[in-house]
Structures are given as structure tokens and as C-alpha cells.
Design a protein around this ligand. Structure first.
Ligand SMILES: Cc1cc2nc3c(=O)[nH]c(=O)nc-3n(C[C@H](O)[C@H](O)[C@H](O)COP(=O)(O)OP(=O)(O)OC[C@H]3O[C@@H](n4cnc5c(N)ncnc54)[C@H](O)[C@@H]3O)c2cc1C
Ligand code: SF4
Ligand code: SF4
Length: 652
């Protein structure tokens, strides 16, 4: 083999703590290395041109680039090889940036380690073989999971682009948190006026199939060909027959069901349509609250329903769908404030959450848009807002900023003054974080135009006294203790990963961070992609985001799907497992361990043998280490290649 080695400076990123010239000089002595040099930026156009020129000039048939992580530029350099006419798998990368220069300061030690890594890469490359990708058809349908504003945007953009969309929403209506908001910052425009028409578009779009009250049960397959099983949860109402007239709700005698849409402010009937603009606008029976389903008597709704839509016998149903791409847009949930004993731990009726306050502000809410204290229905005068409840607090394992709470608190203070002109709002804050367009101006308006008093400091206790609450805290700017007599306290609860996000991530085979938010492919360059081909992210499922950012991500994910579907066929990755038939004893261990179901047992000359479905195999290598016979090898990571690397590092 004629191997060329290129050792990248990456500006001073690598060359600052690695003697790249010395590494290149050492590489010239490795077996089969015909050419080695250092280069300023290997990934740049001149850097790649230098590689192509050397391939032609020295007749190179294998290339090692020592630079950054393969996650960053392996695809770049493989394309360079293709442009020079060499099979792109005759290429290896040695990561001397993340694994060397960024983690060590000792130049001599770094140079030695970089040399070792290059030697290992050369040793592996000498055992590489040409690999060739196959092709497979794409199913040009997309599934969007989660019907909040991000999922709605993604679904509509895909559907407008001519794709068939399956939208799966676990609640009985789409809309997510935005459907519960009164007005939105920084323009203070009515949330349902801007979201409502988009929800109707979803319902009316000929390319969108909506599964509400549904969740993804399982996902099999791979990019271009996912098989999805969806659990349609029992609603006890035939939605084909239900017209959403709401007559059933009027006569239902069970009126103490949890009102999920109104975030527990008040209760609702056991049979319920969450709000007038719900999409789909269909009734659902809460089986825990329904007298018929719990005690076997009642049936008032069934007697009243003009279309005989009630089905007490209904059970969950599984439906199968085939799609080529998936967009996860499952949003976020809100922090459980009862963990804070100092704020009453959920015991004080007039200490409520910010989303409950949105429902009080909203004309479609339980009080018809009048701000009333839950305890006695009286209008409050002094309202205290407490920020960062479950954000930026390591003591409750929420050290991150939830991003939008400073802004929605300013909005709520402004709206409070609009609703009750003689009210006074107080905001306890840690810092004001308002970096978006017109955001800083907006928080200033809350203070200067609407007279909200901002107090920098944390609240230490809230104590009930004579029907009010005494809020005690520190003013860290004035260096004094403050005590405010409040009629109502609103906690700006932070965002956390949606319930069940981890389980969904496992089904989609995507990564999630320590807090349960889904991981993007690259924090800067692949914000809506994941490490699983064909699975994309939109909105707050990836981390807290306001509406503009969620919508932008919904559109970005949709454009990624359109780009994927712009081809009729996709190339399969040839770095998959292969079975040596003569070694395989048909024990089936690989079949049971493969996490992707990519191994099938077949028969060969009357003997059971394992066989890899190449389009399903993800190249994880679990089967290769499981096989007791050593009959399975992962192409491009064979035992010989790995042993060659080990031997290069430890020759004795
Ligand atoms: C009190 C409050 C006020 C706010 N005010 C504003 C404002 O004025 N302006 C602004 O820009 N932002 C505001 N925000 C932020 C706003 O709520 C978010 O930006 C927005 O909701 C994010 O949209 P999303 O679609 O990513 O997530 P979500 O709105 O959370 O929607 C996610 C959807 O996915 C569904 N889902 C979850 N898991 C699954 C699953 N496993 N399967 C199927 N479906 C699932 C959920 O039911 C939900 O419908 C506010 C937030 C709060 C808490
Ligand atoms: S279940 Fe019957 S009564 Fe209830 S909303 Fe639907 S059609 Fe109307
Ligand atoms: S059966 Fe009775 S309790 Fe149950 S939803 Fe119908 S009316 Fe309500």
C-alpha cells in the first residue's frame, strides 16, 4: 500500500501543543507510508487540494489525516478521497485534537501521543479494504411526534411540501403549551389567535393524518424505512361519530375530574372536550372519574349523545404506520414546585404556577379571563412573582436556565396591570435574561411603563397570615431584607424534559442528556439532527426554547426531511456486520442480542445460520463481540484491524 499522512495544525488548536512537523517526520518511518506532511487546515479547500495533489503525485492508495474528531470531518475527507478516485473507506482519521491537544499542555507528551495515534491509524489502514454502498428505496412519509407549536410547524411545512405526514399527539388535542397561553411576549398578541388557525390547518390538511390521544409504542427499521406501531388510547367515545357538540359534558354528574388543560385550576366533567378550539374537537372520558367505568352505573352521556358516540367498552388499539423519517417534537414539562418547602410545598391555594396563571389570564380559562384567587375568588391587589423556581438551582438538579421564564414573567406583570389597573406586581429575580429581539425593551416596559417592582434576590419563606401571604426575601442590591404582603404568589416554574422522554429516546435510538432532553447531532452544526439517521428534533424536546425558536426548529427539521426525501434512493452504509457461514454454528446468540433486530436465522444446507439484514444493521458491533465462534465481523472494524492498532501501540 502507498499511504499518505497529513498532520493538521488546526491553526493553533493542535499546533499550539503538538509538534505537527515532528509527527509527520515520524510517520514517514511507518510501514507503507510513502508521503507525510503537516498542513495548516486539512479540511480547507487548499488543504483538500493538497491531499488530492499528493494522491496523484505519489500514487497514494490510502490516506490518514491526523486532525479533529471523525464526527466533525470524516465525511469531508472521505469525499476528498472520492474526488481523487480512491475508495472512501481506504481512509483513517487520528483524533489528535479532542484526544490530545485540547486535553494536555505538555508538548513533548502530546507529540508522542499524537505520533502513537497516527501509527495506530496507519496500522489499521493497512488492513482496510474497499467497501461499496448498496442502495435502497425511501418511503417518503414522515412521522411527527408531538403536536405543540414546533410539531405543528414541522407537520405543516412537510405537508405543504407534498409529503404525507403522520402526527402523533399524546393528549386529546394538539397545541401543546402554547394553546394554554393567554398572550405571547414580546408582542403581547393573543396566543390562540396565532396558533388556532395553524391548528385548523393541521385538521384540514389533506396530507396530514392526526393521531391524538396516541403514543408511539415501538419503532423498528432504519432511515427511509421505519415501521412504527402507534398506541391509540381508549377515549370511550367513537371519534368518527362524535361531533364535538358538548351536550354530554352538560349532564355528566361527575364534575370533579382533573382539569388537565386548565392545569388543575378547578375541575371538569368526566367526559370532556378540553377547550372550544381543540383539534380534534372530540369528547374523551376520564376512566378514573367516570361513574359508569368505576361503578358500573350512570351512562348519562350515552343516553344524551345525539350521535350515540359513547363506547364504554372501547380499549386501546395498536395501528401500524410506515415512514421514512421521524421528527421528535415532544416539548417539555414543568418543574414540580412542591419540592420547594419554603414556597409552601403545594399547600397554599394562592401560591400557583406560571402556567396556572396563564389559564387565569386567558378568556378561555376557568375564570373567563378574570384574575381571581383560587381560595376565595377575590381579585388580588399585590401579586408576587418568583423566578427561577426549578431553574439554575443545582440543589434540585436543575442547574440550567429555562430560557423563557424571565420573559413570560415580564409579560404576566404587564398583563396583570392591564387586567387590574390598581394592582402592584413584585418580581423576585436572580438575573434578567432577555437576549432575543426586542426582549430587553420588553422587560424594561414591564418595569418602567407598567411599574412592576423588580427585586434582585431569592425568597426565603412564604407564610400565610390573615388570608394573605407574607413573602420574605433578600434584596441583594440594597443589601436588605424585604417583606411583602401578597394576595397571590406566582411561581415561574422551570422547564424539564417531557415525561417519558427517556423511554421515547430509547425507542427512537437517539441520545438524551443528563436531564432527559434529546441530544442534537452537533451543538452548532447539526441542531435539528440526531445521531440516528432519519430522526430529527424540533422545539423544546432538545432544551427549553421560546415560541420563535421552536417554530424555527420545526421548519428546520422539515427542510432536513425534504432534503432527505429529495432523492429516490439512499445509499446504505457498508460498515455493517457480515457472517462467515462456515464458522457460524447457528446458536442464535447474535440474533437475541442485536438491539436493532438486524439478524435473522436462516437455513444453509440444512443447518441454522445467522444472516445480517444489511439495511437494518447499524454497525454497532454487539453481535461481533457476542458470537462465541468469532463468526461475525464488523466491516471496517474487523478483529485484524483492531489487533493491528493494538500491536502498533504495544509491539511487545
Ligand atoms: C407560563 C409560560 C408562559 C410562556 N409564554 C411564552 C410566550 O409568551 N412567548 C413565547 O415565545 N414562549 C412562551 N412560553 C414557552 C412556550 O411554551 C414554548 O416555547 C413552546 O410551548 C414550545 O413548543 P414545543 O412544541 O417545543 O413544546 P410543547 O408546547 O411542550 O408541545 C409538545 C407537545 O408534544 C406532546 N407530547 C409530549 N410527549 C409526547 C409523546 N411521547 N408522544 C406524543 N406526544 C407527546 C405534548 O402533549 C405537547 O402537545 C411560555 C412557557 C410557559 C411555561
Ligand atoms: S360524545 Fe356525543 S354528546 Fe359528547 S361531544 Fe361527542 S357527539 Fe356531542
Ligand atoms: S358515564 Fe356518566 S360519569 Fe361517565 S362520562 Fe358518561 S356521564 Fe360522565
Amino acid at each position: 500500500m502507498n499511504i499518505g499522512v497529513f498532520v493538521c495544525h488546526c491553526g493553533s488548536n493542535i499546533a499550539g501543543t503538538v509538534d505537527t512537523e515532528q509527527v509527520a517526520a515520524a510517520a514517514r518511518r511507518f510501514p507503507d507510508v510513502a508521503f507525510a506532511t503537516d498542513t495548516m487546515y486539512a479540511c480547507s479547500e487548499p488543504g483538500q487540494a493538497g491531499i488530492i495533489q499528493a494522491i496523484h503525485e505519489y500514487g497514494l492508495d490510502g490516506i490518514v489525516v491526523a486532525s479533529c474528531t471523525p464526527r466533525m470531518h470524516e465525511a469531508t475527507f472521505r469525499k476528498t478521497l472520492e474526488r481523487a478516485g480512491i475508495n472512501k473507506y481506504l481512509f483513517e482519521m487520528a483524533n489528535i485534537r479532542e484526544h490530545v491537544s485540547w486535553i494536555g499542555k505538555d508538548k513533548k507528551a502530546n507529540t508522542n501521543k499524537a505520533t502513537d495515534l497516527v501509527q495506530m491509524a496507519v496500522a489499521k489502514l493497512r488492513n482496510n479494504s474497499e467497501l461499496h454502498a448498496g442502495e435502497f428505496e425511501i418511503n417518503k412519509r414522515v412521522m411527527v411526534i408531538g403536536g405543540g407549536v414546533a410539531g405543528i410547524q414541522a407537520a405543516l411545512d412537510c405537508a405543504d411540501g407534498g409529503l404525507q405526514v403522520i402526527l402523533v399527539e399524546r393528549e386529546s388535542t394538539i397545541g401543546g403549551k402554547m394553546a394554554k397561553l393567554d398572550k405571547t411576549f414580546p408582542t403581547v398578541d393573543c396566543s390562540s389567535c396565532i396558533l388556532g388557525p395553524r391548528m385548523v390547518d393541521v385538521a384540514q390538511h389533506p396530507n396530514i393524518t392526526l393521531y391524538a390521544m396516541s403514543e408511539v409504542e415501538s419503532v423498528n427499521g432504519f432511515v427511509g424505512n421505519f415501521d412504527v406501531s402507534i398506541r391509540k388510547k381508549a377515549t370511550y367515545v367513537d371519534w368518527d361519530a362524535c361531533t364535538g357538540c358538548g351536550q354530554c359534558m352538560e349532564k355528566c354528574p361527575s364534575k370533579k375530574a382533573e382539569d388537565r388543560f386548565n392545569e388543575g385550576v378547578g375541575t371538569t366533567t368526566a367526559i370532556n372536550i378540553p377547550f372550544p378550539q381543540a383539534i380534534p374537537k372530540k369528547a374523551v372520558i376520564d376512566p378514573q372519574a367516570c361513574i359508569m367505568l368505576t361503578k358500573g352505573k350512570c351512562g348519562a352521556c350515552a343516553k344524551l349523545c345525539p350521535t350515540q358516540a359513547i363506547r364504554f367498552e372501547q380499549r386501546d388499539e395498536l395501528v401500524q404506520e410506515q415512514v421514512g423519517a421521524i421528527i421528535a417534537a415532544t416539548g417539555y414539562d414543568l418543574f414540580d414546585h412542591t419540592l420547594y418547602g419554603e414556597y409552601g410545598g403545594g399547600r397554599y391555594p394562592d401560591v400557583i404556577t406560571s402556567i396556572q396563571y396563564e389559564r387565569l389570564l386567558s378568556a378561555s380559562g376557568p375564570t373567563g379571563g378574570h384574575i381571581k384567587r383560587p381560595s376565595d375568588g377575590k381579585e388580588p391587589r399585590n401579586i408576587v412573582f418568583i423566578q427561577c423556581v426549578g431553574s439554575r438551582d443545582p440543589s434540585v438538579n436543575r442547574p440550567y436556565c429555562s430560557g423563557f421564564c424571565c420573559m413570560y414573567t415580564a409579560k404576566q406583570a404587564i398583563l396583570t396591570k392591564d387586567h387590574i389597573p390598581d394592582s402592584q406586581s413584585y418580581v423576585f429575580y436572580m438575573d434578567i435574561r432577555s437576549p432575543g429581539k426586542l426582549y430587553d425593551e420588553f422587560t424594561r416596559r414591564a418595569m418602567e411603563e407598567y411599574g412592576a417592582r423588580y427585586i434582585r434576590g431569592r425568597v426565603s419563606t412564604i407564610q400565610p397570615r390573615n388570608g394573605h401571604y407574607v413573602v420574605k426575601g433578600a434584596d441583594t442590591i440594597m443589601g436588605s431584607q424585604v417583606e411583602i404582603d401578597a394576595d397571590l404568589v406566582v411561581l415561574a416554574v422551570g422547564a424539564e424534559a417531557a415525561k417519558g422522554a427517556g423511554a421515547l429516546a430509547e425507542k427512537l435510538r437517539i441520545s438524551y442528556d443528563g436531564y432527559g432532553f434529546f441530544m442534537e447531532g452537533h451543538p452548532k452544526l447539526k441542531p435539528v439532527e440526531t445521531n440516528t439517521a432519519g430522526v430529527y428534533l424540533a422545539g423544546s424536546c432538545q432544551g427549553p426554547k421560546d415560541i420563535p425558536a421552536s417554530v424555527a426548529q420545526g421548519s428546520a427539521a422539515a427542510s432536513k426531511v425534504q432534503a432527505l426525501f429529495s432523492k429516490d434512493k439512499l445509499a446504505s452504509d457498508p460498515q455493517v456486520s457480515g457472517v462467515a457461514m462456515q464458522r457460524c454454528v447457528g446458536c442464535g446468540k447474535c440474533e437475541s442480542t442485536c438491539p436493532f433486530g438486524a439478524i435473522e436465522m436462516t437455513e444453509f444446507r440444512g443447518m441454522p445460520k445467522a444472516s445480517v439484514v444489511e439495511t437494518v444493521c447499524q454497525g454497532c458491533g454487539v453481535c461481533a463481540v457476542t458470537c462465541p465462534q468469532g463468526a461475525i465481523q464488523l466491516q471496517h472494524f474487523t478483529d485484524n484491524q483492531i489487533l493491528a492498532e493494538v500491536n502498533a501501540l504495544c509491539p511487545y
